[in-house]
Design a protein around this ligand. Structure first.
Ligand code: APR
Length: 250
């Protein structure tokens, strides 16, 4: 493991523009469960229930969605960045961070102090809510207050439209501008670090794939194997809070 960490740290040391791509695995040591590990969210809830078309067409599905989303938000609200998040902040301080593309909706990269203009949240954020009809914005805590007071499914005060957290659900279109920017950075970076993702969800996983295809050195740090391991220069199966610091911020 030590020689792999040294090899990865050398790649970062020699790199000028690093793209970091994170998944739920970087936040588990901050107390937020991931999706596909044992005990993760998809072992408690059926992902089928969270497809966008079911959410918009079925009030019962919206009720179930808000129950899961409220439970997940409770773990995110007061979560603190862990050493893995702070290692990416350090990489930015070293002037090497081209972009931080995250699938996570927990806001921990902002809490860790990375510059907002470097962070690309391709699956959106759970920290705010919008009306799907008139786009009126709401604070997440305001809506959580309504749910706590007994509202089962919140609707827009302005137009009565359906409210949803500003996340991207399965079947919901990805933010074109963010995907475009992420893919441009993937084509340009000279090293790409994947931190805590199973790399099974597309189009998100096409970002590190694009980086590798464009000639960047790919470093994957993940507890479990991923489908892109064979394309990586270095693969480290270990705990991110222990491994990412010595690689990004030796
Ligand atoms: N250290 C290293 N790796 C970890 C740690 C840890 N402390 N904790 C978890 N992992 C790894 C797991 O081995 C797993 O492979 O992180 C990975 C997390 O994978 P997923 O749970 O599939 O999360 P992610 O890849 O972010 O999922 C992508 O799927 O459900 C959708 O929209 C959701 O953005 C999410 C997308």
């Amino acid at each position: 493991m030590k020689d792999l960490i040294e090899k990865a740290a050398k790649i970062i040391d020699e790199a000028k523009e690093v793209l970091v791509f994170t998944g739920a695995g970087i936040s588990t040591e901050s107390g937020i469960p991931d999706f596909r590990s044992p005990g993760g969210l998809w072992s408690k809830y059926d992902p089928q229930d969270f497809y966008f078309d079911r959410f918009i067409s079925n009030e019962k599905a919206r009720e179930k969605y808000w129950q899961m989303s409220t439970e997940a938000y409770a773990t995110m609200k007061d979560a603190r960045p862990n050493p893995a998040h702070l290692a990416i902040k350090c990489l930015e301080d070293r002037g090497k961070l081209l972009a931080l593309v995250t699938q996570n909706i927990d806001g921990l990269h902002h809490k860790a102090g990375n510059s907002p203009d470097k962070i690309i949240e391709i699956h959106g954020t759970a920290l705010s809510v919008s009306c799907l009809n008139c786009r009126k914005p709401y604070g997440r805590d305001e809506i959580e207050e309504r749910l706590r007071s007994g509202v089962k499914v919140p609707y827009c005060d302005e137009c009565g439209g359906i409210l949803k957290p500003d996340t991207v659900s399965f079947g919901q279109s990805m933010p074109e501008d963010k995907m475009q920017r992420a893919l441009e950075c993937a084509a340009r970076c000279d090293a790409c670090v994947v931190a805590g993702s199973s790399l099974v969800v597309y189009p998100a996983a096409s970002i590190p794939a694009q980086a590798a295809q464009s000639g960047a050195k790919l470093i994957i740090v993940n507890r479990d194997p991923t489908p892109l391991d064979n394309y990586a220069t270095v693969v480290i199966h270990g705990s991110l809070s222990e491994v990412l610091g010595p690689i990004l911020c030796p």
